[in-house]
Design a protein. Structure first.
Ligand SMILES: Nc1ncnc2c1ncn2[C@@H]1O[C@H](COP(=O)(O)OP(=O)(O)O)[C@@H](O)[C@H]1O
Ligand SMILES: [Mg+2]
Lengths: 259, 387
């Protein structure tokens, strides 16, 4: 959604967001509002700044040297770049799933319980056990792994590992989940499973997904934002944007890909 | 020929060059291996006699007179045959067991090193008369070569048959404990700080360059540093495992730092990202995820550093750990020697009997080094993360 005045109804609002990697102006005055409990897809050609924008939403860019960020990102009414905001706390509420499944080389059980125990969300013992069960169920992985919770997370298949990573993120009880091309390393069947999972997760979480696969964006997202060379070119409901793209760049990109 | 579509006239020549290269590489490996085997074979051959030691059966009379003039405890003709060092011990034996006084016992006692060398067929300086006596004992079966427990139970001695490696082993162990107790935690912490926390600026770069250079400094300089700082400035007791360990720790530190950093760097960035994505702090991620994954590599590097420190002699000579140490050190502040220094001392002794002890000492060092390396490989295989 483009911004017009009142932004309080949105879950996340980026206002005049500029980001430089050294001399590289990677995000140029981006304004974008994201609805709660919707899937918002970020699309655009490679290198256009989708991942960079996504990482601004949970301050992962802070970890990169030589990064400069101007502008505001308001989550739940608070600018997460304010001085009084701790970026670690931001990442707890705005979780992230990556392109390559990256479970810790520990057991499935520990993969899920490690962060919640650190955040003191649960206590060791039955509380932690039921959290493992509920998280794995939410991620649609429970029936496949319930008999081997103590085998290493890295022993699962790629698609299962990615669902484990999603379960691990859910276990921290975030309100927003950011996903950076979560299925691009997976086969079509695992991709389908994860897409179905995202549709279910939408009921509880606000999801922002970067994808280079436009069919995927069309299939699962409610809103879509098209980036080009660091600029947000066009945004709207997915149906609208794919049916009648207003900008020439968007048209070219969508037509080009759809043939 | 022309109807073979795969015919390539240049291939024959190219295959031959590849074959030649392979042959040369194999020859060079063979050459290296040959040298190694020759060295090992020669060492073991020289060291083997040290596992045996001559013993002679003799009537020992624990008289009041033997307390003062220990030589009188054995019959006159045995005085050149029995070890002087053993005779010297008689008063102590009698002190420990007063019941011995006045008794006469038929005992197997340690023989003199010349007798030992004679029995082993080595060079000796026995006189005709003594040789005849030994030959007579041989026919009576009252002289024999037996397992040389003395070598592993005694410290150094100026009397060859009484010299053993125990005090050097204990000295080495104590020194290495000090080295590791200092170098491992400091090295790992430094590596973790440089790799995970430090900003990438000119200052950290300067530190890095210096650490890398430290690894290339001749070890004897560390000895001089230990002497001037630890002994002269801090006044720590010289010749001790404490000072030796601290000096070797300085030497081992850069090895541990460099290898630990390499191990930390090889931990995939995705693990750190996973942690940040879950709202973990840097400390949580480093302590519970990155360091455990890097640990096998860190341990391997540290053990290799330790192995290098064990074989180090020059800096320890400078801080006085080359001293003559007959008694096994009980603590890190008692004078001690270390294995390579002990070998060095023995190598300089005039008596023929020390030759085999020198070789045996080298074998002991080799065995320790090989076990350390085996431990490193085992730890790496056992704990390395399976992705
Ligand atoms: N960590 C980084 N350091 C420096 N430049 C980066 C970094 N990540 C991305 N960039 C640059 O920012 C631009 C946008 O990259 P990115 O956000 O990864 O694009 P996308 O995800 O859309 O393919 C590119 O020009 C890229 O080279
Ligand atoms: Mg990207």
């Amino acid at each position: 959604m483009k911004l017009n005045g009142d932004t309080s109804q949105f879950k996340i609002v980026a206002e005049n967001l500029n980001l430089h990697y050294g001399d590289n102006h990677a995000l140029k005055a981006v304004d974008l509002a994201i609805n709660e409990r919707e899937i918002t897809a970020l699309i655009g050609p490679s290198g256009c700044g989708k991942s960079t924008f996504l990482r601004c939403l949970n301050r992962m860019n802070d970890l990169i040297d030589e990064v400069q960020i101007q502008g505001r990102v308001i989550v739940d009414g608070k600018n997460i770049y304010d001085k009084d905001v701790d970026e670690v706390a931001v990442r707890k509420r705005v979780g992230m799933v990556f392109q390559q499944p990256n479970p810790f080389p520990k057991s499935i059980f520990e993969n899920i319980t490690y962060a919640p125990l650190k955040h003191k969300l649960v206590k060791k013992g039955t509380e932690a056990e039921s959290l493992v069960e509920s998280s794995l169920k939410s991620a649609g992985l429970w029936s496949e792994v319930k008999d081997k919770l103590h085998s290493p997370g890295t022993s699962l298949s790629g698609g299962q590992q990615q669902r484990l990573c999603i379960a691990r993120t859910i276990a921290v009880k975030p309100t927003v989940i950011l996903m950076d091309e979560p299925t691009s390393a997976l086969d079509p069947i695992s991709t389908g499973v994860i897409e179905d999972l995202m549709m279910q997760l939408r009921e509880k979480f606000t999801i922002v997904i970067v994808t280079h696969n436009m069919q995927q964006a069309a299939r699962i997202s409610d809103a879509t934002a098209y980036f080009h060379l660091g600029e947000l070119v066009e945004t709207g409901t997915t149906e609208d944007l794919f049916a009648n793209p207003k900008e020439k760049l968007t048209q070219d990109y969508i037509r080009g890909r759809f043939g | 020929m022309s109807n073979n579509p795969f015919y390539d006239p240049s291939l024959k020549h190219r295959h031959r060059s590849a074959y030649m290269l392979k042959l040369l590489s194999r020859l060079s490996i063979l050459f290296t291996l040959g040298f190694l085997l020759f060295f090992l074979f020669d060492m073991v051959r020289t060291a083997l006699p040290a596992t045996w030691q001559a013993y002679v059966q003799v009537e020992v009379s624990y008289s009041e007179r033997a307390k003062k003039f220990t030589r009188t405890a054995v019959p006159k003709e045995y005085r050149k045959v029995v070890s002087r060092a053993w005779l010297r011990n008689i008063p102590r034996q009698m002190e420990e067991d007063p019941g011995l006084l006045g008794t006469t016992q038929l005992l197997w006692v340690l023989a003199d090193d010349q007798v030992d060398q004679y029995l082993k067929g080595h060079y000796h300086n026995l006189k005709e008369k003594e040789i005849a006596f030994i030959e007579r004992l041989k026919t009576e079966n009252t002289i024999k070569l037996d397992w040389n427990g003395v070598f592993f139970n005694n410290g150094d001695s100026k009397i060859p048959e009484y010299a053993g490696i125990r005090s050097a082993i204990v000295g080495s162990v104590l020194t290495m404990l000090v080295t590791m107790a200092i170098a491992f935690p400091i090295g790992v912490m430094t590596a973790v700080y440089l790799e995970e926390f430090a900003k990438d600026n000119a200052f950290t770069h300067f530190i890095e360059v210096n650490i890398n250079n430290l690894a290339a400094i001749p070890s004897i300089l560390f000895g001089l540093l230990g002497l001037s700082v630890f002994i002269n400035l801090f006044g720590l007791p010289r010749s001790t495992p404490l000072v030796g360990g601290m000096t070797l720790a300085l030497m081992t530190l850069p090895i541990i730092i460099v290898s630990a950093r390499a191990a930390l760097r090889s931990v995939p960035a995705s693990i750190r990202q996973a942690g940040y994505g879950l709202g973990l702090t840097k400390l949580d991620i480093v302590k519970d995820h990155v360091v455990p994954i890097a640990m096998p590599g860190i341990l391997t590097g540290s053990i290799i550093g330790l192995a290098q420190a064990i074989g180090e002699t020059a800096p320890l000579i400078i801080i006085g750990m080359i001293a003559f140490i007959p008694d096994t050190p009980q603590s890190i502040v008692e004078a001690a020697t270390v294995l390579p220094a002990q070998v060095f001392t023995w190598a300089g002794m005039p008596e023929r009997a020390y030759v085999e002890k020198t070789a045996a000492g080298i074998i002991v060092i080799l065995v320790i080094l090989i076990s350390l390396n085996a431990t490193a490989i085992y730890l790496r295989k056992k704990y390395e993360t399976k992705w």
